[in-house]
Ligand binder design. Sequence first.
Ligand code: NAD
Length: 251
Amino acid sequence: MEQSNTASGFQDLAIIVTGAASGIGAAIVDRLQGAGANVVALDRMALSAPAALSIQMDVTSEDEWIAAVKQVSKQLGRIDGLVNCAGVIRMGAITDLPAEEFRLSMQVNVEGPFLAMKHVLPVMYNQACGSIVNISSTAGIAGAPGAAGYCASKGAIRMMSKAVALEAIANKSNVRINSVHPAMTETPMVKDIVRQLGGDDNIEEQMRALQPSGNFIPVEAVVDAILFLLSDASQFVNGTELIVDNGFTAQ
Ligand SMILES: NC(=O)c1ccc[n+]([C@@H]2O[C@H](COP(=O)([O-])OP(=O)(O)OC[C@H]3O[C@@H](n4cnc5c(N)ncnc54)[C@H](O)[C@@H]3O)[C@@H](O)[C@H]2O)c1
């Protein structure tokens, strides 16, 4: 984001964050608003945190993306950053996983960011600057049993990020696209996984025990990585993945 040369790096920049009503997305909105950015908070759930603009929509709807990009361009005049954070997880062995649950993972976790990039990139290309951060997961790098749809979707967003980064470079656009890969992070998604696996208290402890540190990643550590990729501190970091897993994939 060429414009951002202030101390905080984000003053007055227009940054869209999807999945902004909960967990990692909500924490990014807080941090960016605090750093003076004009944040566009976007989620299918009601949005309550302060933001320059709040848009309640489904990231899988192309019509809604077209309308949202139009609205942001009209109200903020530009789009400097996009964080594709909205996501779902559907647990279950592949032999039991309903096909519609698999499709939902692909729609929200892959088609959502595809539509977002498809409609935001023309604005960024016009400005000749911008940074897009796609939230993948360690599940986009290493397999996780019982999460075939989630792993498939998070691997797909990792590779789509690389393909689009090369397109942006070929366009001489100064637009960068990267993916972030957190290990299990302290958000409501963890509770959702526990619920889907039967709700037993021990499940969360077993999930923590899979981490080398015995604990999940704090949300703010994931936000730090995302803000690095949004900022000019990562000017030549493009088409790559940033793993925030405290050693999980080193095992
Ligand atoms: N929490 C973790 O352990 C973890 C680890 C690695 C990666 N991730 C990824 O980080 C991202 C954020 O996850 P989180 O942990 O903050 O989860 P979360 O469940 O707290 O938040 C996800 C948000 O996405 C929104 N969302 C879901 N479907 C949507 C749709 N169709 N349209 C618009 N919004 C939609 C939800 O309403 C919710 O606000 C996700 O992509 C997730 O896969 C999470």
